[in-house]
Structures are given as C-alpha cells and as structure tokens.
Design a protein around this ligand. Structure first.
Ligand SMILES: Nc1ncnc2c1ncn2[C@@H]1O[C@H](COP(=O)(O)OP(=O)(O)OP(=O)(O)O)[C@@H](O)[C@H]1O
Ligand SMILES: [Mg+2]
Length: 179
C-alpha cells in the first residue's frame, strides 16, 4: 500500500491554489451527493477585498482526494447520528477557510455528527476504525498527504476557534504551507 501511495505522491503536479477556490470546488463536486443524503452544506469564505490569502502550492488532485475522504467520513457519521426521517436540516456540513488560526492557511471541514471518540493520533493510525464496514485508511491517507506537501491535519479546538453551535460534531483542519 505504501508503494502505491509513493507513486501517487510522485505524480502530483504542484501549482498555486487559493483555498477559497478549493472550498467552492469541493462544494460543487460534492453537492449532489450531499443533497442525496439530506445534508445541508454551508461554504464559508471571506471574499472581501481586505481579506488577503496568499495562494498555497499543492497538487490539486491529491488534496481533492484528501478532502473527499473527510467528506466520506462526515456523510457516514451524520447518517449515523441523524436518522433518515429526522427533521429537514438536521444534518449539517461546513466547509470553511481559516486564514489566521494556524501557521498556514487552513481548509476546515466540520459536521454535526457524533464527533470523534478518539484523538487524532489514534484515528490516523492505519486500520483504526469504528465503522462496522470501515477499513481505517481514510485519515491515515489524509494525514500522509498533508505531511508530504508540508502541511498537517489537525483537530479544530472549537473552544478556541468557534465555528457556530450548529457544528458540534467533528471538525478537522487541513493546514497548508504558506505560499
Ligand atoms: N466525521 C467524523 N465523525 C466522527 N468520527 C470520525 C469522523 N471521521 C473519522 N472518525 C473516526 O475516525 C476513524 C478513522 O477514520 P478513517 O477515515 O481513517 O477510517 P474509516 O472511515 O473508519 O474507514 P475507511 O475510511 O478506510 O473506509 C473512524 O472510524 C471514526 O471512528
Ligand atoms: Mg473514512
């Protein structure tokens, strides 16, 4: 498995990206899937002219793959907390950009599922899973990609960086190296 990751990592073409564009791209790519699961999506980006956000250098394909893994997890855990017949608007997902809270710009993915039962050190271990059908490689892969591009995967401390009461589940930050 590590061999094939090495291959993928070598193939990534590195170029400049604005995380706000990435957030909107991710939302677009996942909108049908999320609405099929009755998940309400919020994209929170600051496009005001004073908001300066240096572009980050990373291979887009790899990062999109990482984000997809986070969304996969949110979809599963949202459905596990909120039953099919729950009130409309019960399942919520946030994609946000945070330019200031970390050592580099960050893409935040947060949900209002049950939240993490474990710390990230455990959850990113290969084959660590609490899903009945899980393999436990999703977060391992995300963590590996972020480290490889010089960034990191972090849990958001929502006491320090409040996202809003409606996102009381899992909250992860993909922190990118400064451009
Ligand atoms: N959004 C989330 N909410 C709550 N717990 C989560 C969330 N995302 C991940 N976890 C926890 O972290 C564990 C590891 O996640 P990971 O994506 O690595 O594996 P998996 O989803 O269980 O299986 P796989 O991704 O290989 O199909 C999960 O089983 C779950 O316990
Ligand atoms: Mg997963």
């Amino acid at each position: 498995m590590l061999d094939s990751f090495g291959d993928i990592l070598r193939k990534g073409e590195v170029s400049d990206h604005d995380l706000r564009d990435l957030a909107e791209r991710v939302a677009e790519l996942n909108s049908v899937r999320l609405s099929n699961h009755d998940i309400e999506l919020e994209v929170r980006v600051d496009r005001s002219p004073v908001a300066t956000l240096a572009p980050s250098k990373f291979p887009l394909g790899l990062v999109l793959g990482a984000v997809t893994n986070l969304i996969d997890n949110s979809v599963y855990w949202l459905s596990s907390r909120w039953p099919e017949n729950a009130e409309q608007g019960s399942r919520r997902l946030l994609i946000a950009v945070d330019a200031d809270s970390y050592e580099g710009p960050a893409l935040i993915i947060a949900d209002n599922g049950p939240g993490f039962a474990d710390g990230l050190e455990d959850a990113t271990e290969p084959f660590f899973t609490r899903r009945p059908d899980g393999i436990g490689v999703g977060l391992y892969y995300v963590n590996l990609i972020m480290h490889t591009i010089g960034g990191s995967l972090r849990m958001v401390d929502t006491d320090l960086f409040p996202l809003g009461d409606e996102y009381d589940g899992a909250a992860l930050a993909l922190v990118f190296p400064r451009g």
